[in-house]
Design a protein around this ligand. Structure first.
Ligand SMILES: O=c1[nH]c(=O)c2[nH]c(=O)[nH]c2[nH]1
Length: 293
C-alpha cells in the first residue's frame, strides 16, 4: 500500500510592501517582501482520506503573514520568518514544523542633489537577499540566508592554465581573461534552540559582511580558477562570522571569448586581446560547500 512519505503545504508568493516612518525625522523606509509558508505535521489524512479538518487553509496562512507584517518589525527577514514559523507551530497543536522563505526586494534610498531623499527609492536589480527558516517543535531553528544575483565582471586578474587535457580538449590556456559571474552565496547558521536566541543575532550585519567579502575577494584575487577564488571567499566568510557553519557558492562562469580579427590583419589574441564576444550560453557552473571543521 503506498503511504505518505512526506508532505507539507502552504502559500507561495505572499507579497507586501511595508512603509515605516521614523517618528522624529519623518524619514520613510520601505520593505518589500515575497514570503512562502509551508506547514508540516499530522496532515496525512487530508491526502489519504480527503479529511480537511486538519487543513489550516493556505488563505489563513497568507492572512497571518499580512497581519504579522503589519503588527511586527520586518526589518530583519530572518527574525520575521522565525516569528511566523514559531507562531504556526505554537498556534495549531497538530502542526509540528514550519518552513518560511523570504525574498527581500532591494529598494535603495535615492540620492537627490547629493543627499538621501526621505521617501524616494530606486530598485537595485543587481541584488537579492533571501532567507530560509525551518522550525521544528521541540528542536528549534535552522536558518540559512543568501546573497544572490549580483552580476560582476573583472577585465583582468584572472587566468586558467594547467587544466586536465585529453582527446576532447580544445580550450587554450590563458593567463589573462575576462571573469564574469552572478553571485549566488548561501550561508548556514548554527542551529538555534530558541526564538529568543534568533532575535538577538545581527543577521543584517552578517548579510553585509558576506557581501563585502565576496565582492572584495572577487576584485582582489589574482584568480587561478573560479573554483580557487570561490574557496577563498568561503574561507574568509567562515573566519569572519563564527555563527556560520557552512557556505555554499554557485558561480556561473559567464564566458567572454576573443574575437578573431585575423582575417582583417588586426591583432586580437593573447596579450593583444581587447575585444571579446559575450557568450549567451553555455556557461561554466561551479559550485562548492565549504564547512567549518
Ligand atoms: O575557472 C574555470 N574553471 C573551470 O572548471 C573551467 N572550465 C573551463 O572550460 N574554463 C574554466 N574556468
Amino acid at each position: 500500500m503506498p503511504f505518505v512519505k512526506d508532505c507539507a503545504y502552504g502559500k507561495t508568493k505572499v507579497k507586501f510592501l511595508k512603509k515605516v516612518i521614523d517618528p522624529k525625522t519623518k524619514v520613510h523606509t520601505v520593505y518589500e517582501m515575497d514570503v512562502q509558508t509551508l506547514l508540516k505535521g499530522e496532515l496525512e489524512e487530508s491526502y489519504t482520506k480527503a479529511d480537511n479538518r486538519c487543513v489550516v487553509p493556505t488563505d489563513t496562512q497568507k492572512n497571518t503573514v499580512h497581519v504579522f507584517a503589519k503588527k511586527f518589525d520586518v526589518s530583519v527577514p530572518e527574525v520575521f520568518a522565525a516569528h511566523l514559523a514559531k507562531h504556526f507551530v505554537d498556534r495549531y497543536s497538530h502542526i509540528h514544523g514550519a518552513v518560511i522563505d523570504v525574498s527581500l526586494t532591494p529598494w535603495v534610498r535615492l540620492q537627490v542633489n547629493g543627499t538621501d531623499h526621505p521617501h524616494s527609492f530606486i530598485r537595485n536589480p543587481g541584488e537579492c537577499r533571501k532567507t530560509h527558516v525551518e522550525f521544528s517543535e521541540g528542536s528549534g531553528f535552522d536558518i540559512c540566508s543568501s546573497v544572490k544575483d549580483i552580476l560582476v565582471l573583472k577585465s583582468t586578474g584572472s587566468g586558467f592554465v594547467d587544466f586536465h587535457k585529453c582527446e576532447y580538449t580544445t580550450l587554450p590556456e590563458v593567463t589573462d581573461r575576462i571573469f564574469s559571474t552572478s553571485i549566488d552565496c548561501t550561508y548556514t547558521f548554527a542551529h538555534q534552540d530558541t526564538y529568543a536566541a534568533v532575535r538577538t543575532f545581527d543577521y543584517n550585519s552578517t548579510y553585509e559582511i558576506v557581501k563585502e567579502i565576496t565582492l572584495r575577494i572577487f576584485a582582489l584575487d589574482n584568480s587561478d580558477s573560479v573554483q580557487a577564488t570561490m574557496y577563498k571567499m568561503a574561507v574568509d566568510v567562515i573566519a569572519a562570522v563564527p555563527e556560520i557553519t557552512e557556505v555554499y557558492y554557485a558561480l556561473p562562469n559567464k564566458h567572454y571569448f576573443e574575437i578573431d580579427l585575423d582575417p582583417f590583419e588586426v591583432a586580437n589574441h593573447g596579450t593583444d586581446c581587447t575585444l571579446y564576444q559575450p557568450q549567451a550560453y553555455p556557461s561554466g557552473y561551479i559550485t562548492c560547500t565549504i564547512a567549518r571543521d
